[in-house]
Ligand binder design. Structure first.
Ligand SMILES: Nc1ncnc2c1ncn2[C@@H]1O[C@H](COP(=O)(O)OP(=O)(O)OP(=O)(O)O)[C@@H](O)[C@H]1O
Ligand SMILES: [Mg+2]
Length: 273
């Protein structure tokens, strides 16, 4: 792993009304790193993603992506410079085919000019063909190519979540932000997802920041984790050590279900190791 940082967030805070949702947040992500961002409900995890993707402007602090300061940059520009994300709730075009969902996600990369498109000039068809071939290639990596012509809404749930990741990958990111990709998945789907995340990190040589409540997934694939609570980082480092940190255990005790799940998964993971 190289020492170069893909992302540097420096002292970022955001206040909504009276609530400090993210409080002096600092984070660095190295090239090819797979980092987990965890914490109880309402901790500020999704808000961090919204700041990093230009949806929210932080109240204070700044961040750098790929060595450039990007805290005043629009979302679409950030996507062009190499940040992609998926959302906590599935956001697919449900009535569109699986293939078209990927093509549309990558549309800004189309190289033909608007007039070429309007008059359906040869350059337009050439570009369309290239886009289609690339999208199919990407779908095959996700084992979704057999569903290319199926409407997204007719895919099984786990495959829909995979399609979301494929859409994000179609923009060729250097940094992929995944917001609870395993939410609502059954254990088999989660297992598959774990493989998929590993595969794309290695195959595309990208960095991944993963928000996830499923501790088996987090502990199974993350090399490092950061724990947020009430907008503040309360612990970070080696996954197993960090989730055993008394501050983390206390934060999760606020949500009894999560605490129980955390305990079970830590035990399971330790047994496997
Ligand atoms: N646009 C907004 N306006 C006001 N408050 C907001 C806004 N966005 C987020 N918040 C608040 O900020 C806090 C952090 O929310 P966030 O969605 O980032 O939590 P989270 O860690 O992603 O939680 P979960 O695990 O439930 O998804 C919450 O109290 C939330 O209500
Ligand atoms: Mg969230």
């Amino acid at each position: 792993m190289s020492n170069e940082k893909v992302l540097r967030a420096k002292d970022i805070s955001i206040v909504f009304g009276g609530l400090t949702a993210v409080d002096h947040f600092n984070m660095e992500i190295g090239q090819n790193e797979l980092v987990g961002l965890i914490g109880p409900n309402g901790a500020g995890k999704t808000t961090v993603f919204n700041i990093l993707t230009g949806v929210y402007t932080p109240t204070s602090g700044e961040y750098e992506f790929d060595g450039k300061n990007v805290d005043k940059v629009h979302t679409y520009k950030l996507v062009q410079s190499g940040i992609a994300r998926t959302f906590q709730n599935i956001r697919l075009f449900s009535k569109m085919s699986v293939l078209d969902n990927v093509i549309v996600a990558n549309n800004f990369n189309m190289e033909y000019k608007p007039l070429t498109g309007a008059f359906r000039l040869p350059a337009f068809w050439k570009e369309e063909k290239r886009e289609r071939e690339e999208a199919l290639k990407l779908l095959s990596i996700f084992d979704l190519d057999q569903y290319a012509d199926v409407d997204a809404e007719n895919l099984p749930y786990g495959q829909q979540r995979k399609l979301e990741i494929a859409r994000a990958m179609s923009t060729k990111p250097k940094l992929l932000l995944l917001d609870e990709p395993a939410a609502g998945m059954n254990p088999k789907e989660t297992e598959e997802l774990m493989e998929t995340i590993r595969l794309i990190r290695d195959k595309f040589n990208i960095s991944i920041l993963l928000i996830e409540h499923d501790m088996k997934l987090v502990l199974g694939i993350c090399e490092r984790i950061i724990v947020l609570d009430h907008g503040k980082i309360i612990a970070q480092g080696d996954p197993i050590e960090t989730v055993n940190d008394p501050r983390v255990v206390t934060a999760y005790l606020g949500t009894a279900e999560d605490a129980e799940e955390l305990e079970d998964k830590v035990e399971e993971t330790e047994e496997v190791k």
